[in-house]
Design a protein. Structure first.
Length: 593
């Protein structure tokens, strides 16, 4: 929906969202870039698209609606042909018994569109306004079951002998069955909220697996004879060498699904049965979410917030591959990203693009290592530096020197928990007094699957299970769970787990949460939907600094941090399982040592 500049200024000033001076500045910027004021205010996050649509709806006296695509029956949707619905961004979502048609549009001022649709469905129509993205999500319902479509396309390609074929140009063309197969695989993965797609050749078939919420699941098996064309099609999209099958290759391409842009990072690898392809899906339209939404609360949130507000120093984020370190850094850098701050990064690879941040990709063949990149960044007058990973003593030393010379440095390290990262820096040859004076906070993190809030189940734990928990989490029976209860009360006050009732009192654990084994439509019958982080944030207080300088062990440092209020990842996970965010089994799966 296109809103005129004058109307937009009226809407935003009347609702105290922005001043006339601010909007005039943005208007001038838009004129320079040949963009409308509406595009600029949304891009600068003065207001979101849906919020602006709501304001305009109230101003124009048109009812605003937010549609859930799952609530629209297919026969009602099909009252407008897909071609017309997409052309005019319009969706019929309900028809009353008296024949009244409820029509949602993103631009109800388009008189020509309204008139054309009313000719199709009759004039007994009530018009609503919905956000552009919401309409696009509903239009995806025209597609039906993507997996069914995929099976139909695959059946066309099945051959009885199952032998590999020579790949011809026609087979990998835009409109070929192979191109359709690739498009459907990508679309199905995005709809399933997968983070990775694995295309793996086996002796007699090609296995397709998606990683959903951190767990790999097989979704399909393709005939073996399509492997060559399938891999070639992906290589064409990623700008890789089609005829090179003996060495690994890396590439990237972008697609749009339901109005959202996704970047796919592609990696090919020769294995015994052919070429394996893994594609990492990155949602480029994703806004960085707040630290609270990521799962930080209480002491952890306080320490990390204070550390990133420092003018200089080093913040380390630790954990294994796939523990959400890049997402945490993306959120922190987005929070710190302002026009008066120069943020420079060196990454391998650049996963999330952040507007206004200078992001550099490493290239070892060309001599662009983390150490060389970091050296170059220091000559670029940065305020904040992000180094993708500290892998050696040289990079570690440069990072520490940068933190000493007035820069705020963010980086990641592969260690099991927060406390072990400090001795790890010692192993890399960094002097203890330098670690103590530069490191402001160390974050240890893991990702656990989030329970589906629609179908999760509550139960009362048996005495043996409570005793097992006392042993696993080092709880002291004499405390009578008083500390755990106090932590749960604090978490509830900070809205961890929403309005879930308390699961403990100061004597015992009353109830626990588990996944519904049958699941529901909301979670695709898995019992889980999405993931949440569990964290431990170690702040370098004066006592901790003294311990670092005196070469204390990681266990001694951890005990001191716990005495100062730090929650370990296990305890943080226990509180989140009591609040119904995840299950005890999930916490133990990712933290058991």
């Amino acid at each position: 929906m296109r809103i005129s500049d004058d109307t937009l200024i009226t809407l935003l000033t009347r609702n105290n969202i922005a001043s006339v001076e601010q909007l005039n500045t943005l208007k001038e910027e838009g004129a320079r870039l040949n963009r409308s004021l509406q595009e600029v205010v949304i891009e600068k996050q003065v207001i979101t698209g849906p919020e602006l649509t709501k304001l305009f709806a109230a101003y124009a006296d048109i009812p605003y609606i937010e549609l859930d695509p799952r609530d629209i029956p297919q026969d009602i949707l099909n009252k407008i042909p897909e071609r017309i619905a997409r052309q005019y961004n319009a969706v019929i979502f309900q028809v009353d018994d008296d024949g009244l048609v409820h029509l949602a549009m993103d631009d109800p001022d388009d008189v020509q569109a309204v008139s054309f649709i009313e000719k199709e469905v009759g004039e007994n129509t009530r018009i609503y306004i919905a956000s552009h993205d919401n309409i696009l999500m509903c239009l995806e319902n025209y597609r039906g079951d993507v997996n069914e479509e995929l099976n139909e396309v695959i059946d066309i390609q099945r051959e009885d002998d199952g032998t590999a074929q020579q790949v011809t140009e026609a087979e990998v063309a835009e409109d070929s069955p192979i191109a359709q197969t690739v498009n459907l695989l990508l679309e199905y993965a995005i709809r399933s909220q997968a983070s990775d797609i694995h295309i793996e050749p086996r002796e007699s078939f090609v296995q397709i697996r998606y990683r959903i919420d951190g767990v790999l699941r097989e979704v399909n098996q393709l005939p073996r004879n399509v492997l060559g064309a399938l891999v070639s099609r992906i290589k064409i999209l990623s700008n890789l060498k089609i005829d090179e099958r003996r060495v690994p290759q890396d590439g990237r391409f972008k697609i749009k699904v339901a109005g959202k842009q996704y970047a796919l990072r592609v990696s090919t690898l020769p294995i015994a049965d052919g070429e394996k392809v893994v594609m990492r899906i990155l949602d480029e339209s994703n806004q960085a979410i707040t630290l609270s939404d990521l799962g930080y609360w209480g002491h952890s949130l306080t320490v990390i917030t204070e550390a990133i507000a420092e003018p200089n120093g080093m913040v380390l984020i630790t954990g294994p591959t796939g523990s959400g370190k890049s997402t945490s850094l993306f959120s922190v850098l987005t929070m710190l990203n302002r026009p008066d701050v120069n943020i420079s990064t060196v990454e391998d690879p650049v996963e999330y693009k952040i507007p206004g941040v200078n992001q550099t990709q490493t290239n070892v063949k060309a001599g662009m290592t983390f150490a060389n990149g970091l050296r170059a960044l220091l000559r670029q007058d940065p305020n904040i530096i992000m180094v993708g990973e500290i892998r050696d003593g040289e990079t570690a030393n440069l990072g520490v020197q940068a933190a000493l010379t007035g820069h705020l440095v963010f980086t990641t390290l592969h260690t099991n928990n927060a406390a072990t990262s400090l001795p790890r820096l010692l192993d890399m040859g960094i002097e203890p007094f330098l670690i103590a004076s530069t490191v402001k906070a160390v974050v240890g993190q893991r990702l656990v699957r989030r329970l589906c809030m629609t179908c999760r189940q509550q139960y009362t734990p048996e005495r043996p299970q409570v005793e097992e928990m006392i042993k696993l989490f080092n709880l002291r029976e004499g405390q009578k769970f008083a500390d755990i209860h106090d932590l749960e009360v604090q978490a509830a006050e900070e809205k961890v787990g929403g309005d879930t009732p308390l699961s403990t009192d100061d004597k015992t654990i009353l109830t626990m949460w588990k996944a519904n084994p049958d699941g529901c439509d909301e979670c695709n019958h898995t019992g889980y939907k999405g993931r949440i982080g569990i964290y431990e944030v170690l702040g370098t207080s004066i006592p901790v600094q003294k311990m670092i300088v005196s070469n204390a062990t990681s266990n001694q440092i951890q005990d001191q941090a716990i005495a100062e209020g730090m929650l370990t990842m296990q305890t943080d996970g226990l509180i989140k399982s009591l609040r119904g965010n995840t299950t005890l089994e999930e916490v133990l799966r990712v933290t058991r040592e």
